[in-house]
Ligand binder design. Structure first.
Ligand code: GLA
Length: 381
């Protein structure tokens, strides 16, 4: 039995991600610049006899039981994420034998580092191994997004699932979320070898499934509809700031602010691509700071704690730029810091943050790692 179990066991790993630039642009056909970072979710899957599959994790209590032939329902807990992925396999008509799935990992939850996408993609890769199916990288990302949108009922865009799946070591992805095409932009290598991406966790928890993320999405989509109707665009990804100015008087003031953030953010991602290719950390940092102001004032998704962290970071020696990263309303900031200053940056920012808010933040110096597909290919080579 033990041998048999081992012969039918697979392990698949998916990383977390940090977004360098391009926030809340991924549900209106815009540009994003995320990279995968060295946190991970590990999925161990084992084929079992009988009609019962289970999902468990040491990270949360409770075991999910799924019976062959019985349609799973959302339970409002961690297990909805992997179950949603299984449901998407079933919808595709892929026959999934009974299994035990165990999830383990170290991605901080509610920190805006894509713990959800990491769980979804690791589960998807494990189910692919179990069923012996192959799926194009883009399909994996889209399947996981559908799992989250439809089963978990969380209105996320495609950025997280795309980068967690498709990332490559030493690079950020300059990703067009309209068609999921991307360029690999060198990070922590070449001319940018002298800077570290430092993630600072405010420990203010956020969730895409609940809270104001959905409100922002609805406001952005209202703005997109107005711009599409007026200018015949495909989506906001095509809009220019000149067009935004032309319709400004006709738009609801809140919608105008949302559109202004998205259109200017798309331009900032393109500008950031140039800066990174040129190895220009100074320019990249300056673009990140502008991005933060836009999230704070126009998209209104920051909070006092992350605003403080950015203000504090930007004046530290060796810090090129800082901004909030991820869905917003808390979570993490991302900072570009000269390698030799990372230690003093960390000490100073954490000390000032605790003095101001009484919260012990956490700091994660990161480098760009492989996504789940590249990891799996290397593992099997
Ligand atoms: C969350 C969502 C993403 C994206 C970001 C904001 O991480 O899951 O799809 O919208 O917020 O950029």
């Amino acid at each position: 039995m033990a041998d048999n179990q081992l012969a039918n066991a697979w392990i698949r790993v998916a990383p977390a991600r940090v977004n360098l630039l391009g926030e809340h642009t991924d549900y209106t056909g815009g540009m994003v610049m995320p990279m995968a970072i060295p946190f991970h979710t590990e999925a161990r899957i084992r084929r079992v006899e009988g009609a019962i599959s289970t999902m468990s994790t040491a990270m949360f209590p409770g075991k999910r039981i799924i019976e062959q032939g019985v349609a799973p329902q959302a339970e409002g807990n961690w297990s909805d994420y992997p179950t949603g992925v299984l449901v998407e396999f079933q919808k595709l008509g892929i026959e999934v034998p009974s299994f035990d799935l165990e999830l383990a990992g170290n991605v901080p939850f509610g920190a805006g580092l894509s713990s959800s996408a990491s769980v979804e993609v690791a589960t998807c890769m494990a189910l692919l191994a179990l069923t012996g199916k192959k799926m194009p990288t883009t399909e994996i990302a889209l399947l996981c997004q559908r799992a989250e949108n439809l089963f978990v009922n969380s209105p996320c865009g495609i950025m997280d699932q795309a980068v967690v799946t498709a990332a490559h070591e030493g690079h950020a992805l300059m990703l067009n979320t309209r068609d999921l095409t991307f360029d690999l932009v060198p990070m922590n290598t070449g001319a940018l070898a002298g800077v570290t991406v430092v993630v600072v966790n405010s420990e203010v928890k956020h969730s895409v499934a609940t809270g104001s993320y959905g409100d922002r999405r609805r406001e952005a989509e209202a703005g997109q509809k107005a711009m599409v109707d007026r200018f015949g665009l495909r989506d906001l990804g095509d809009a220019t700031m000149e067009q935004v100015e032309q319709v400004a008087a006709e738009l609801d003031p809140i919608v105008l602010k949302r559109v202004r953030h998205i259109v200017s953010e798309n331009a900032r991602v393109r500008e950031a691509g140039e800066a990174m290719r040129a190895g220009d950390a100074v320019r990249m940092g300056e673009i990140m700071l502008r991005g933060h102001v836009s999230m704070r004032d126009d998209y209104e998704i920051t909070c006092p704690e992350v605003d403080f962290l950015v203000e504090c970071a930007r004046v530290q020696p060796g810090c090129y730029g800082a901004r909030m990263t991820g869905g917003g309303f808390g979570g993490c900031t991302v900072n570009l810091v000269a390698n030799e200053q990372v230690e003093s940056f960390t000490e100073s920012v954490l000390r000032q943050y605790e003095a101001a808010y009484g919260i012990k933040g956490e700091v994660y110096p990161c480098h760009a790692v492989d996504g789940a597909v590249a990891l799996s290919e290397k593992e099997q080579a």
